[in-house]
Design a binder for this molecule. Structure first.
Ligand code: BTN
Length: 269
């Protein structure tokens, strides 16, 4: 039966030639944390940890990632990339495109990307991605990188917590049956992601990343320690840096950090 979340059911849909070692857990602290421990103990590229629930799901910038049971999927992919560490952002951006495309394969919707790594449907964040890595001892080469992806499939019973409920959304509505979707969606993400990963040097993901980047052309706020700076997002360069124009006409290139979009007078970080 192809309807429950399991390694076998995920593998049923997997097409990549990269050997995968997938485990599925009911509940973990964080799939990224678990996979980091596995990486430090020598786990191979292609190790994937999936969980139906995380008790300490982690987000970017030290935030937590709300990861309730049954309504989302949470998984992390271990990579041992032989790339310039400066290009490690492309792992995140490839994962964003892979996830957006996979979501559209299982649900009739348009999945857009908020630079750098959030997926939005109908102005609501439905997915976050956290990439973490470590260098080899006494070297500037990457030892491993972990790409962690969390997708809200449904709105949790009783809604999202107050601090995120204005911006968080889900791929499916409450009454849709998602039992058959979980394994398929993870497999589709893996298929797209490993295609982009194998073609990272040609930036195969970039065209699609840019097309899906909904910040372009928008009035945004750059979050700064001194407060928000208003700007217009005008372009993305091939390094996935966001090119913005400040109100005095200055052009700036943002390589990281948080950008807020101004929509209906609400700041959405
Ligand atoms: C963000 O939106 O700030 C990033 C969220 C990343 C969440 C995923 S869920 C799977 C993996 N394990 C974690 O603890 N975090 C990532």
């Amino acid at each position: 039966m192809i309807n429950n979340l399991s390694p076998e059911n995920i593998m049923h849909y997997v097409k990549t030639n990269i050997p995968l070692d997938i485990t599925v857990h009911k509940s973990v602290t964080s799939t990224n944390t678990l996979l980091k421990e596995a990486a430090q103990s020598g786990a191979k590229e292609g190790t994937v940890i999936v969980a139906e629930n995380q008790t300490m799901g982690r987000g970017r910038l030290g935030r937590s990632f709300h990861s309730p049971a049954d309504t989302g999927i949470y998984f992390s992919i271990l990579l041992r990339p032989k790339i310039d560490p400066n290009d490690s952002l492309f792992l995140t951006t490839s994962a964003a495109v892979a996830t957006a495309k996979a979501i559209e394969d299982v649900k009739d919707c348009t999945a857009l990307i908020k630079w750098v790594n959030d997926i939005y449907i109908d102005n609501k964040k439905v997915c976050g991605i956290l990439t973490e890595g470590a260098f080899k001892a006494e070297s500037s080469e990457l030892d491993y990188a972990i790409v962690g992806i969390g997708i809200n499939l449904k709105t949790p019973d009783g809604d999202f917590p107050d601090d995120i409920k204005n911006k968080a959304g889900a791929v499916f509505s409450k009454d849709e049956d998602i039992t058959d979707v979980k394994s398929k969606l993870i497999a589709y993400v893996l298929n797209y992601f490993f295609y982009y990963y194998e073609n990272l040097s040609s930036k195969a993901f970039f065209k699609e990343y840019k097309e899906r980047s909904f910040l372009l052309g928008q009035e945004i706020s750059i979050l700064d320690s001194k407060g928000p700076i208003p700007a217009t997002a005008i372009d993305l360069d091939e390094n996935c840096h966001l090119i913005v124009k400040l109100s005095d006409g200055t052009i700036k290139e943002l390589s990281s950090g948080e950008v807020s979009v101004i929509m209906n007078s609400v700041l959405q970080p």
